[in-house]
Design a protein around this ligand. Structure first.
Ligand code: MTE
Length: 318
């Protein structure tokens, strides 16, 4: 059964006004109808309708980090997205991301490490067994989903390049290509999209690089061919379509800080006690559900990650 949730927040409320207005222009230019997307949680026993032509991923190891909460349907996960390189509406990535060519793909590794270089994704994938990890995901816009990701620990990837003692943070960037990512012709964000983690966060076993979901190769709209997943942080930390990883000494600036430093910080840990300047973070709307849920500190992963921030004032370091 599909439940059409009534959004508690309008996009005009969660998006900076100037971006919202540009979003309307973008939609107009693309000729896309601003059709509301029907989303629905997967009813018990209902098979998630996957993409029959998508490549299946074999030998997925189950992870003990997975939640047992009901997963959102494949449809929810792949049609309600944020990927501003393809437009600003939640339905734009599914409509427009076909222009992205995720193979062949390589990642440039640089900065403070013993093994910099440009590595083909095909080779990277030979290094690590793939796992299935079902994570709760919480967007800064106060909606959430439960997603079965397929990938490997970010820590294993990081260690492979032997970061030096000067590597205190990692910075990641998305592809910059106006033809493949037409939204980059609009000044909605500072391109390319970039994100960062402190080294101990990057080495935390919950942080992962995803190359698939629901047992299939990652759809373009979800950040093909490889994207970051950090379940205790707001979704914007999960940078998509990564082409570069740099080990650096100083805290890097991320895209949302660059865009609105007064509203978005570096840490972006899910924190019900620190409201966004324009809306509450105390509750969230699980996509497909009617009633709002209480938001949990660190998105419910506090037992595993709170010690990373011992002694830090998380109101200041939001
Ligand atoms: N990565 C890039 N390159 N561009 C983006 O616009 N949006 C972020 C994040 N990664 C974004 C991005 C935000 S705001 C969210 S909530 C998540 O991707 C959404 O991931 P999903 O669409 O797979 O749920």
């Amino acid at each position: 059964m599909l439940i059409k949730p009534t959004p508690d927040l309008r996009e005009s409320e969660v998006t900076p006004r100037e971006l919202y207005l540009r979003r309307r222009e973008f939609i107009g230019a693309a000729g896309a109808a601003a059709a509301a997307l029907a989303t629905g949680a997967m009813a018990p026993g209902e098979a998630a309708a996957q993409n029959p032509s998508a490549q299946k991923l074999a030998n997925l190891k189950k992870s003990s980090f997975s939640t047992t909460e009901t997963m959102n349907s494949y449809r929810d996960v792949t049609t309600y997205n944020n990927f501003y390189e393809f437009g600003l509406d939640k339905g734009d990535p599914a409509r427009h991301a076909h222009s992205l060519k995720p193979r062949p793909w390589s990642i440039k590794v640089e900065g403070e490490c013993a093994k910099p270089g440009t590595y083909n994704l095909e080779d990277i994938l030979k290094w690590f067994p793939l796992e299935e990890r079902i994570y709760r995901m919480r967007c800064v816009e106060a909606w959430s989903m439960v997603i079965p990701w397929n990938g490997f620990p970010l820590a294993d990837f990081v260690k492979r390049f032997e970061p030096t003692s000067k590597a205190k943070y990692i910075e990641m960037r998305t592809l910059l290509d106006l033809r493949q990512m037409p939204g980059q012709t609009e000044p909605a964000l500072v391109w390319p999209y970039r994100e960062g983690l402190r080294m101990d966060e990057a080495l935390h076993p919950l942080a992962m690089l995803a190359v698939g979901l629901y047992g299939e190769v990652l759809p373009n709209q979800n950040g093909a061919p490889i994207r970051l997943v950090v379940p205790w942080k707001y979704g914007f930390k999960g940078i998509k379509s990564i082409v570069s990883v740099k080990f650096v000494e100083k805290e890097p600036l991320n895209t949302w800080q660059q865009t609105r430093a007064d509203e978005y910080g570096f840490y972006a840990n899910v924190n019900p006690d620190v409201d966004h300047p324009r809306w509450t973070q105390k509750t969230e709307r699980r996509i497909g559900e009617f009633f709002r849920r209480k938001t949990l500190p660190f998105n419910g992963y506090g037992d595993q990650v709170a010690s990373l921030y011992a002694g830090m004032d998380l109101r200041k370091h939001y």
